[in-house]
Ligand binder design. Structure first.
Ligand code: RNT
Ligand code: ZN
Length: 418
């Protein structure tokens, strides 16, 4: 512990204590909460089925920064470099297309064994795994997968989705940490369809078939992710917000709210208190949309703050699974990962450093003047000193020093990938 970090922390601790906030408790809670790191930041959502295959499904990673991971081993090495810079409980979220096998296996034939290297690796690090079915970037992806008119296509994807749920359950068993298996499909169309109803009817039937067997909730929980539009599906997305909220409520599933999947001024932070009235748990995909669902690196913006405040203030941290979801190929990919993941944890700490009870009491007493005044004063409290101390305690780089490590890793490893 450097003297400077400690000194700054001690001052911060006293300042927070004046508001009745216990910084030690805030630190402990911040470190405990798992944040799931998305594997797909490391290779522009490429996966390992077909090197160089096009990314489809109306999503796009823009940029061509050198050094992306080309194999599972390279990706694991990169993720390990990221993890060295992250304090707190971290999970890794895998997509089905990131299987690690010596022979080709199609998506309707995948099994837990095809992910055994990932499981061993995760266990070596003591981290949990989350999982995602992959419906995009495949010859059968087309415009419609689970809602396709063609039963053969639907059956292929239903089989894939079922297998993924079993893989998720195997992840949970092998790691001892519950896996959230998240289902997102790209189904939709560029123009307004004459018949909006039939694809949704077919999607319900496919989902009911996918969820026709139980997985042990101790090991696997299923979540479904909505979206407003994608590239090439601007006019109609089968799995919309209303569709999946209704499905999740009627079938008791988790519901994934992605911060980039709503109208530009619509925010997910405002939705938790409604959705959690009806659903026991939700999954978040923390992203940053800029003008569209652009999946920019998560920065410390107002919405990230609002997301963390909302779950801490509402006392629902345990009911909300936090995962990251963005893909930037225009800057160093490891740095992109670290920036977003540290921001998520940093802002969670800021939320825990709020005197929530005090603010609630003031609100109840009708003193809205103080509520606003205190919230603005809190913004200037030295949370950064608490963050530095937290990092130092966890033996991860303090302040900007993580960047030196990432640059060194770039010089030694990623820049040599040509
Ligand atoms: C796409 C969804 C989805 C993907 C990942 C790769 O709009 O957000 O979560 O980003 O599955
Ligand atoms: Zn998402």
């Amino acid at each position: 512990m450097t003297d400077q970090t400690l000194k700054a922390y001690e001052i911060a601790r006293e300042l927070y204590a004046q508001y009745g906030v216990d910084t030690e408790e805030a630190i402990a809670k911040t470190l405990q909460k798992p944040i799931s790191l998305h594997c797909w930041q490391g290779d522009d959502v490429g996966g390992f089925e077909n090197p160089g295959a096009a990314l489809t499904g109306g999503i796009q990673a823009t940029g061509n920064y050198p050094g992306k991971a080309r194999t599972p081993d390279e990706l694991r090495l990169d993720i390990a470099a990221v993890l060295k810079c992250l304090p707190g409980e971290t999970k890794l979220s895998l997509h089905a297309s990131y299987l690690d096998t010596d022979t080709k296996v199609d998506r309707d034939a995948i099994e837990p064994a095809h992910f055994s290297r990932w499981i061993d690796w995760a266990n070596g690090l003591g981290i949990g795994l989350d999982f995602n079915q992959t419906f995009f970037s495949h010859p059968l992806s087309g415009e419609f997968s689970l809602s396709n008119r063609d039963k053969g296509v639907r059956d292929f994807w239903v089989e894939h989705a079922k297998r993924c749920r079993k893989i998720g359950e195997a992840f949970g068993k092998a790691t001892g940490k519950t896996c959230v298996t998240n289902l997102w499909i790209h189904d939709g169309s560029k123009e307004v369809p004459v018949d909006r109803f039939s694809p949704r009817q077919r999607l319900i039937e496919s989902l009911d078939e996918i969820f026709s067997f139980e997985t042990d909730p101790k090991y696997n929980k299923d979540s479904i992710e909505s979206k407003l539009f994608g590239i090439g599906s601007e006019a109609y997305v089968v799995g919309s917000h209303e569709f999946y909220l209704g499905y999740a409520m009627s079938r008791n599933k988790l519901y994934t709210l992605d911060s980039g999947h709503f109208h530009p001024t619509e925010v997910i932070s405002a939705k938790f208190s409604s959705v959690l009235m009806y659903l026991p748990e939700i999954m978040l995909h923390v992203s940053r949309p800029v003008r569209w669902d652009s999946d920019h690196v998560v920065t410390m913006d107002d919405e990230l703050m609002a997301i963390m405040q909302e779950i801490v203030r509402g006392g629902v941290v345990d009911r909300v699974h936090i995962g990251l979801d963005y893909f930037d190929a225009s800057i160093n990919r490891i740095a992109a990962w670290v920036i977003g993941a540290r921001n998520a944890r940093k802002v969670l700490l800021r939320a825990y450093l709020e005197p929530v009870e005090l603010l609630k009491q003031l609100e109840v007493s009708g003193d809205n003047t103080s509520v606003l005044a205190l919230q603005e004063e809190l913004k200037a409290l030295p949370w950064g000193s608490v963050w530095d101390y937290l990092c130092q305690m966890q033996n991860v780089p303090v302040g900007r020093s993580w960047l030196d490590e990432v640059k060194a890793y770039e010089a030694e490893v990623t820049s040599k990938r040509v």
